[in-house]
Design a protein around this ligand. Structure first.
Ligand code: PMP
Length: 392
């Protein structure tokens, strides 16, 4: 077969070989059109059905209720840091027009800062004119890459529901390796407040109840497909928030309501990325949907964390066990001088992209959906033999 490595990259990341092969087979002549998907007009019937099938499959897999819209946007997670704020506040307030208009009261944007990505979202809100409020941001839970867990509820500084525009959190901090437990935040937020959630690095890895959220967004390049596509899932009553008088001042490419009103494609979307994501979603259906992915996720994470825990003289994972990410497993070596040696051994065995984020160092093993249990097992065996040889 063709040469393939085990790619533990944090995103863009591995895509199932079966999916790449389908794309390869269809690459030059998609469905007898005589064209590649790369060359198809986004207004063609063929592309329209690629998009609508992708949406249908995403809705099915995540069990998205009918009162939620699915948007295929661009700009990545970083675009959404700005978009969620802009869309959830009244335009006339943000841009200081018609201050007396309905919705003219400045409400609080309340953020859980639990790592580098939620911190960036908080800072972006501030940068573009908001005054974000931090619900948690305690230095004592900080390990350099972000939190090593979620501070306890007594320490949360929650604003009053009637004064809050939205509560924002990141479900999985990709750099810090901290993932929220299913019930750690959502049930503790007043149900009148919409929750905005960044699921860039753990969407499609476990079951969750979409109806508990106001906005969910995710860049596609980790658990769904290639980069270039950002998926937004939004409860439809929130679409009128930004322009209560039907006058929006926000850029169209970030305007959720514009995507719904002129949708599903108000401008040229990332067509090939959408096609690839559609193939991945079909593949997910074939292998048994979210329950298969969730079982695999649990098995892979257990394999690797068990080794880290079994060799504390060699490896160190600094995360509170309740919040250990099952997607991005971070660790450092007790003996820093062994880092290069492990890196070399891994590379020789075709395990690549295991270095931690450039801002924090150490190691990060991203075991997204496309990594198989078998690959995680093989890597855990490598960690075992390395520890036995080097740390006794
Ligand atoms: N949020 C999370 C959780 C991420 O992991 C990332 C990217 N690694 C981002 C946001 C930023 O996404 P993008 O690079 O697509 O702007």
């Amino acid at each position: 077969g063709v040469f393939r490595v085990t790619n533990f990259a944090a995103g863009p990341s591995a895509i199932p070989l079966e999916v790449l092969e389908v794309a390869q087979n269809e690459f030059l002549n998609y469905k007898d059109s005589g064209m590649s998907v790369l060359e198809l007009s986004h207004r063609s019937e063929l592309f329209e059905s690629i998009l609508s099938e992708a949406e249908t499959n995403l809705r099915g897999t995540l069990n998205i209720p009918d009162n939620y819209k699915v948007l295929f946007m661009q700009g990545g997670g970083t675009g959404e840091f700005a978009a969620c704020y802009l869309n959830m506040m009244a335009s006339d307030v943000i841009f200081n027009k018609q201050q007396s208009a309905p919705g003219g009261k400045q409400l609080k944007c309340a953020y859980f800062i639990t790592g580098i990505w939620s911190k960036k979202a908080y800072e972006e809100c501030s940068k573009i004119g908001g005054s974000p409020h931090a619900i948690v941001d305690a230095k004592k839970y900080y390990n350099g890459a972000g939190y090593f867990g979620l501070p306890p509820r007594e320490e949360w500084d929650m604003p009053k529901p009637e004064e809050t525009a939205f509560v924002y959190y990141c479900d999985n901090e990709t750099i810090g390796g901290v993932e929220m437990e299913v019930d750690s935040i959502v049930p503790h937020i007043d149900p009148s407040i919409p929750i905005v959630c960044d699921m860039s690095s753990n969407i499609l890895s476990r079951k969750f109840d979409v109806s508990k959220f106001g906005i969910i967004y995710a860049g596609a390049q980790k658990n769904i497909g290639p980069s270039g596509l950002t998926i937004v899932i939004i409860r439809d009553d929130l679409l009128s928030r930004n322009a209560p008088n039907n006058t929006s001042y926000i850029p169209s490419v970030l305007d959720y309501k514009y995507f719904v009103d002129q949708g599903p494609m108000p401008n040229t979307p990332p067509t090939f990325a959408i096609y690839m994501c559609g193939l991945v979603l079909k593949h997910i259906n074939r292998i048994g949907g979210l329950s298969t992915l969730e079982n695999n996720r649990n098995a892979k994470a257990k394999l690797i964390y068990d080794v880290l825990d079994a060799f504390p003289n060699c490896y160190n994972n600094p995360i509170d066990k309740r919040y250990r990410s099952k997607m991005n497993i971070v660790f450092t070596m007790k003996d820093k001088s062994l880092e290069q040696k492990l890196l070399k051994l891994a590379t020789e065995n075709h395990f690549v992209e295991i270095k931690g984020h450039r801002s924090v160092g150490g190691f990060r093993i991203s075991v997204y959906n496309s990594i198989t249990v078998e690959q995680a097992l093989k890597f855990s065996e490598l960690l075992v033999s390395f520890a036995k040889e080097n740390s006794q």
